[in-house]
Design a protein around this ligand. Structure first.
Ligand code: NAD
Length: 352
């Protein structure tokens, strides 16, 4: 493969949206455009969007070629990889088209809005022999990686309990358009916002056995927000650990994401990208220094770190912690959460 990986973005983002907080970006397609410009060995060659005005404005801003036709863009031999940044319900379709055209792909979260869709994409990746990635930026935070490494090597011992919390705030206006619909968003507080924390649970503790959940739409106009805006799920893991997942978009004025882990030999808490507490029972020399885990102060740090890893992965097959198969458990767990909640809290075994 060429030294430089030429990327194309599909779904450039809609300007001036209310995305639940100040952002310098117009949708996630812009985040990809921005960080592709910062990544060694990567070049943003093209973009595609059904909205020609937004597509052309993006092409001018990031110095790439605009295509209104996705097929035409995929027919370009000098495009090696496609970043799929369209609404969640279109991820599967756009990923499949790119894979069938022989491109490597990056798929924004959620990988797909159904497990069936996820499995179709994974099968096509295998068939076509391309490389593919799902976007879970949390996995790239230094503190999160350090906690995972300590868990994986047994330093924490057996976890007693994990709490994963996504307390976000979105107003009714946010839910105009594709967001808040089952067909295009695939769900609400879990599938859209909480998917990061739900992925974090499956990434840290993969041995989930059962889930019981309740959800409701409590703080939004149901004509706009047809999906859940609040959900609580309890988990039981095969090794005995218990867990709680809480996702809401009613937490005024946005309280962010949080993980608390309490295990037999230690505890850790992560708030956003920052480790806020870390104690080890049997390691007298262990000193928690928050500064060791600080990230560069910027929006979407994880996307920058992800692209740094993805380029060598696409080019040479170097290791990548967001290899596409790893995006499956989060969707399996969300599907089980929804199945349980729809049955009033029935016990469900997720197909993780
Ligand atoms: N990883 C993260 O932190 C993160 C953050 C925000 C959004 N996302 C994900 O990114 C995706 C997009 O979210 P967004 O907020 O940027 O949405 P958005 O609505 O701002 O952007 C979607 C873009 O896709 C375009 N589009 C729609 N249908 C199309 C089609 N058929 N062909 C070509 N273009 C089409 C739209 O015109 C729009 O420009 C969602 O799946 C969302 O979950 C991820």
């Amino acid at each position: 493969m060429a030294e430089t990986v030429n990327f194309a973005v599909i779904g450039v983002g809609v300007p001036n949206q209310n995305l639940g907080g100040h952002s310098v970006y117009n949708g996630i397609g812009e985040v990809h455009g921005h960080y592709l410009g910062e990544t060694a060995g990567a070049r943003l060659a093209a973009c595609c969007d059904i909205n020609a005005d937004n597509g052309r404005a993006y092409a001018a801003k990031y110095g790439c070629e605009y295509f209104q036709s996705y097929d035409e863009m995929l027919a370009q031999d000098d495009i090696h990889a496609v970043s799929v940044c369209t609404p969640s319900g279109l991820h599967g379709r756009h990923a499949l088209q790119a894979i069938r055209a022989g491109k490597h792909v990056i798929v924004e979260k959620p990988l797909d809005i159904t497990l069936r869709g996820v499995d179709a994409t994974l099968a096509e990746v295998e068939r076509a022999g391309v490389r593919a990635v799902v976007v879970f930026p949390t996995r790239y935070y230094k503190g999160f990686s350090a906690v995972k490494a300590a868990l994986d090597t047994g330093r924490f011992g057996t976890p007693a309990v994990i709490n994963a919390i996504s307390r976000r705030y979105r107003d009714d206006i946010y839910y105009r358009g594709w967001r808040g619909t089952w067909t295009m968003d695939g769900g609400g507080a879990c599938m859209n916002q909480g998917v990061h924390m739900i992925d974090a649970v499956t990434w840290l503790l993969p041995d989930i056995d059962t889930v019981q959940a309740r959800f409701d739409t409590l703080g939004h106009n149901r004509d706009l927000c047809q999906v859940e805006d609040t959900c609580v799920a309890t988990l039981k893991f095969r090794r005995g650990t218990l867990g709680v997942i809480e996702c809401t978009t009613c937490a005024y004025n946005d309280h962010g994401d949080r993980i608390d882990l309490h295990a037999m030999k230690g505890s850790a808490s992560i708030s956003g990208s920052t480790v806020t507490a870390w104690e080890m029972r049997d390691e007298p020399d262990f000193a928690f220094r928050p500064e060791d885990y600080e990230e560069r102060h910027e929006e979407f740090t994880g996307h920058r770190l992800l692209y740094n890893e993805v380029v060598p992965y696409f080019r040479d097959g170097a290791p990548c912690r967001c290899e596409i198969h790893s995006g499956r458990p989060a969707i399996a767990l969300i599907e089980a959460i929804y199945a349980s909640a729809r049955e009033g809290g029935k016990l469900v075994h997720p197909d993780v």
